[in-house]
Design a protein around this ligand. Structure first.
Ligand code: CA2
Length: 142
């Protein structure tokens, strides 16, 4: 079955349990369950890591596999710092959509810069956890 990978970076394992005023109170388990229910013709795979190298390994692992039609990637704070992750995205064939829960452009200046935007096919930010659904819709319409 065709597969979309939902890939989350550092601290996103805390979603729904801390800082609800910024990130809401829905957990990632809820988000994935909702996506699997909505999109039942497609496999929704989920991977989260707090480690830059593990995220890069996962991008390499799925990035040349024709079973995957896209990656919805919330790189967390690595968005603003990681040239290594940008290089990994740029090296693979599978399209990557950059995802953010918050509107990074309405926050601190350091969050206005993304090192991965230039190598992603699009960016979805500011719609709360619904940003993940919007990214999946975008991937399915490629
Ligand atoms: O808005 C987003 O999705 C971010 O990617 C989230 C990152 C932040 O560094 C980016 O600038 C924007 C932070 C993820 C931290 O996630 C938490 C979730 C709940 C509680 C604490 C942290």
């Amino acid at each position: 079955m065709k597969t979309i990978l939902i890939l989350n970076g550092p601290n996103l394992n805390l979603l729904g349990t801390r800082e609800p005023e910024i990130y809401g109170s829905t957990t990632m388990e809820d988000v994935i369950a909702d996506l699997r229910e909505r999109f039942d013709g497609i496999e929704i795979e989920y991977f989260q890591s707090n480690h830059e190298g593990d995220l890069i390994d996962k991008i390499h692992e799925v990035g040349f596999d024709r079973q995957y039609i896209g990656i919805a990637f919330n790189a967390g704070a690595y968005t603003h710092t990681s040239l290594a992750i940008a290089d990994a995205i740029s090296a693979v064939k599978v399209p990557v959509v950059e995802v953010h829960i918050s509107n990074v452009h309405a926050r601190e200046a350091i969050r206005h810069t993304s090192l991965i935007s230039p190598v992603c096919c699009g960016v979805i930010a500011g719609f709360g956890v619904d940003s993940y659904r919007l990214a999946v819709e975008a991937i399915m319409n490629f």
